[in-house]
Write a protein that binds this ligand. Structure first.
Ligand SMILES: Cc1cc2nc3c(=O)[nH]c(=O)nc-3n(C[C@H](O)[C@H](O)[C@H](O)COP(=O)(O)OP(=O)(O)OC[C@H]3O[C@@H](n4cnc5c(N)ncnc54)[C@H](O)[C@@H]3O)c2cc1C
Length: 329
C-alpha cells in the first residue's frame, strides 16, 4: 500500500504552490503556511480603487516543456492570458520601439489570479510566520510560529521561502543552511502610479538601460485590468541598494522624475501613487541546483533562487523538490 505523508510547505509563492500541487496530486496531505495574508509571494497584486496593480512579477515567459504544459492548463482555466505589449527600450540617447517575438503571459485579471487558482483545494494557513523547525525523536517535524504556537507533526517539510528567510529554518541540515546562506538577494523598489487621463504615449512596456529604473509597464494594458491608466515602475537593484531607507515620498518623487525622463513627457499629477520596497527581490547570479534536499531528514528546499529569479524557475524548482521527495518515499 502506498504511504500517505503529512507534508508542511513553508511559503505559498510560486515554488511552494508548485510543490504543493504536485504532492497533493500524488495523494499526500499538504498544508501550506505563509506569513502574508494571501498567496503568491513576489507574484503579488495590490488591489486598490484605482485598479489592481501587479507590484511584483510583471509577466512570465515559458521555455521549459513541462512548464508550457502546465501553462496550457492555466490558460484553459482562464487563470492566465497572453500579454503582447508595445515594447520599447530606453537607452542613453533614445526611446526605441523594440518588438520581439517573446510571448509573455500574465495572471488574469490580475497576477494573483494564478496563485489563487493553484491554491484551489489546498489547505492554507495564512498570516503565520514559521520561525523554527524541530525534528522530533520519532523522525517527524514540529513547526513553531512567531506567536509560540506549534504546528504538526509532519512527516516531511518543504521550505519554499527566499534564501535569507530559509536560512533560520535549515539548522537541522547544515549543508542546506550553508547553501542558502551563500545566496545574495538584491533589493528593489516598485512604484505604481495611476492617472485620471491616459498618458500620451505609445509605450506599454519598456526595458530601461539608464538612470534609476529597470522596467516600466502600463499595468492597465494587461488583459482584464480595469480602472485608471495605471503604471508600474521598477527600480534597478543598484538604485534600490542606495535608497533602502529613503522615505517613500522621496522614492515616489525620484522614480516619477526618472519615469518622465524615460518617456520624455511632462508628467501630470498622479491620482494615485504607491511605493513598495522589496528587500529580497531577485537572487544575484544563477545557481543550478533545481532544488535542495536532506532526504534522510525529510527536509526539502525550493525557490527561484535555486535556479535563477524568474517565475518559471520557481515553478520548476517546486516540481523538482516534489519529485525528489516522491522518489525518496
Ligand atoms: C519587483 C519584482 C519583479 C519581478 N518581475 C518578474 C517578471 O517580470 N518575470 C518573472 O518571471 N519573474 C519576476 N520576478 C521574480 C518572481 O516574482 C519570482 O521569481 C517568483 O515569484 C519567486 O517565487 P518563490 O515561490 O520562489 O518565492 P516567493 O514568491 O518570494 O514566495 C515565498 C513565500 O514565502 C513566504 N515566507 C517567507 N518566509 C516565511 C516564513 N518564515 N514563514 C511563512 N512564510 C514565509 C513569503 O511571504 C512568500 O509568500 C520579479 C520579482 C520582483 C520582486
Amino acid at each position: 500500500m502506498t504511504q500517505t505523508f503529512e507534508i508542511a510547505i513553508i511559503g505559498a509563492g510560486m515554488a511552494g504552490l508548485s510543490a504543493a500541487t504536485a504532492l497533493s496530486e500524488a495523494g499526500h496531505r499538504v498544508v501550506l503556511f505563509d506569513k502574508s495574508r494571501g498567496s503568491g509571494g513576489r507574484m503579488s497584486t495590490k488591489r486598490t480603487d484605482s485598479g489592481d496593480l501587479d507590484m511584483g512579477a510583471q509577466y512570465f515567459t515559458a521555455r521549459d516543456s513541462h512548464f508550457r504544459q502546465a501553462l496550457q492548463g492555466w490558460l484553459d482555466r482562464g487563470w492566465v492570458a497572453e500579454w503582447s505589449p508595445r515594447l520599447f527600450i530606453r537607452n542613453e540617447d533614445e526611446l526605441l520601439e523594440s518588438p520581439d517575438d517573446q510571448q509573455r503571459y500574465v495572471g488574469s485579471p490580475r497576477m494573483t489570479s494564478l496563485s489563487r487558482g493553484l491554491l484551489e483545494n489546498l489547505e492554507f494557513i495564512s498570516q503565520t510566520r514559521i520561525t523554527g523547525l524541530q525534528h522530533t525523536d520519532d523522525e517527524r517535524w514540529e513547526l513553531q510560529d512567531d506567536t509560540g504556537a506549534s504546528h504538526g507533526p509532519f512527516d516531511r517539510v518543504v521550505v519554499a521561502t527566499p534564501a535569507p528567510q530559509a536560512v533560520p529554518l535549515l539548522g537541522a541540515a547544515a549543508h542546506l543552511e550553508q547553501a542558502a546562506a551563500q545566496v545574495q538577494m538584491q533589493p528593489g523598489w516598485t512604484l505604481a502610479l495611476g492617472f485620471a487621463e491616459p498618458l500620451d504615449t505609445a509605450v506599454e512596456a519598456c526595458f530601461v538601460r539608464v538612470g534609476a529604473l529597470d522596467w516600466i509597464s502600463r499595468n492597465s494594458s494587461k488583459p482584464g485590468r480595469q480602472g485608471l491608466d495605471t503604471w508600474v515602475l521598477q527600480s534597478n537593484p543598484r538604485w534600490a541598494m542606495g535608497n533602502l531607507e529613503t522615505e517613500k515620498s522621496q522614492v515616489c518623487r525620484e522614480l516619477s522624475t526618472a519615469f518622465a525622463e524615460v518617456l520624455n513627457i511632462d508628467l501630470p499629477k498622479p491620482a494615485f501613487e504607491l511605493a513598495h520596497r522589496w528587500l529580497y527581490a531577485r537572487s544575484e547570479g544563477n545557481c543550478n541546483w533545481g532544488a535542495l534536499a536532506a532526504p534522510e531528514k525529510g527536509l526539502y528546499v525550493c525557490g527561484d533562487w535555486c535556479l535563477g529569479g524568474r517565475l518559471e524557475n520557481a515553478w520548476i524548482s517546486g516540481q523538482q523538490a516534489a519529485q525528489t521527495l516522491l522518489e525518496r518515499k
